[in-house]
Design a protein. Structure first.
Ligand code: NAP
Length: 326
């Protein structure tokens, strides 16, 4: 296939949003390609158990990701494993560019690039990543079997990951900067019920320390008294939120102060034919089901957009005929 071949729709990102968009786009007979640089399914792959995807009371994240991918491919969705380096909006068509200089063009684009775990920015965090510092309990929890770990954060992710770690580790300390968890009530109840999870309230980490074998302690500060202490730990798991992956968002796109893209009800940006879905889009909550719903909305809207564009192109008379017609 020619690299400059024109598509109806290019989807960038293969998480639940991108793959749902792929399913709806293929069902709408759009000539579609999905580009994903990692494993199809995105962040879902990192979830031990998903319990809020309707129809599945419990399903492993990797299994759900695989089901999304197989479902999309069952409609013949073309998936390219590659990294997009630039997205250029245009009047006649939009363009995505790759590292090797190749380009693809399309009438519509759905950007579904999600985001990344937020870094806390304390000494030791960067240097000790992979040596005891982690952002994924499902990926790294196994290494802390019967050990002590500190979890930083008080949201749904910190609570969920702590519950996962509590099944493996001897002791889990949740280090939270306030006196109440942000996590939902059910997760809070579960955290309280675990005898090997202790919440250290009004506490922030100030440094992560290591010896030759990896992390050995985290320095903590009481946010109310200012008192400092050292907590012995074998690992530090950081779950303090999420940064949207907006590096491909074209200049001039409406975004909020936190870097999320503002769209209309069709998930369309202020660039006609460019849609943003999932965790990158400004919205009330970030959930798998919402990303999937965004994918549906954007693909249906893109189908209408492409159809309208093609109809208007067909109706446009060549210039020599325009002269005759006038
Ligand atoms: P979040 O809800 O933004 O929570 C981040 C937590 O980290 C908060 O407790 C926050 O403290 C703390 N924090 C932020 N910056 C910090 C810093 N510099 N130092 C220390 N602590 C810091 O992020 P999330 O837990 O990743 O969740 C993201 C979204 O995904 C949410 O909408 C959440 O509901 C959703 N989610 C849902 C589920 C589920 O329903 N199963 C699972 C995971 C995530 P404060 O509380 O003081 O602000």
């Amino acid at each position: 296939m020619s690299e400059s071949e024109m598509y109806d729709l290019i989807i960038v990102g293969g998480g639940p949003g991108g793959l749902s968009a792929g399913i709806y786009a293929m069902r709408a007979a759009l000539k579609t390609i999905l580009i994903e640089m990692g494993a199809p399914g995105g962040q879902v792959n990192n979830s031990d158990s998903v319990e809020n995807w309707p129809g599945d009371e419990h399903i492993g994240g990797a299994e759900l990701a695989m089901k999304f991918s197989l479902h999309a491919q069952s409609y013949g969705l073309e998936i390219r494993s590659d990294e997009v380096v630039e997205l250029e909006p245009g009047l006649d068509f939009h363009t995505v560019k790759f590292h090797d200089g190749s380009v693809l063009r399309s009438h519509a684009i759905i950007l579904a690039t999600g985001g990344n775990p937020r870094k806390i920015g304390i000494p030791g965090e960067e240097d000790l990543y992979g040596k005891g510092v982690s952002y994924c309990a499902v990926c790294d929890g196994f290494f802390f079997r019967d050990k002590t770990v500190a979890v930083i954060g008080g949201g749904d992710t910190a609570a969920e990951e702590s519950l996962y770690l509590a099944k493996l580790a001897k002791q889990v300390y949740i280090v939270h900067r306030r006196d109440a968890l942000r996590a939902g009530a059910l997760l809070q109840q579960r955290v309280k019920a675990e005898c090997n999870i202790e919440v250290l309230w009004n506490t922030v980490p100030t440094a992560i320390k290591a010896d030759d074998s990896g992390v050995r302690a985290v320095d903590l500060k009481d946010t109310q008294t200012g008192a400092q202490r050292e907590l012995a730990t074998d690992g530090v798991f950081i779950f303090i939120g999420f940064d949207p992956n907006n590096k491909l968002v074209p200049a001039g796109t409406n975004m909020n102060a936190d870097g999320y893209v503002v769209t209309d009800g069709k998930c369309e940006t202020n660039f006609p034919g460019i849609y943003v879905i999932g965790d990158l889009r400004e919205k009330y909550a970030r959930q798998i089901v919402l990303s999937a719903a965004d994918g549906c909305t954007a693909a249906l809207a893109a189908a209408h957009y492409v159809e309208t564009r093609k109809a208007s192109e067909t109706c446009e008379l060549p210039s020599e005929l325009e002269d005759v017609a006038s």
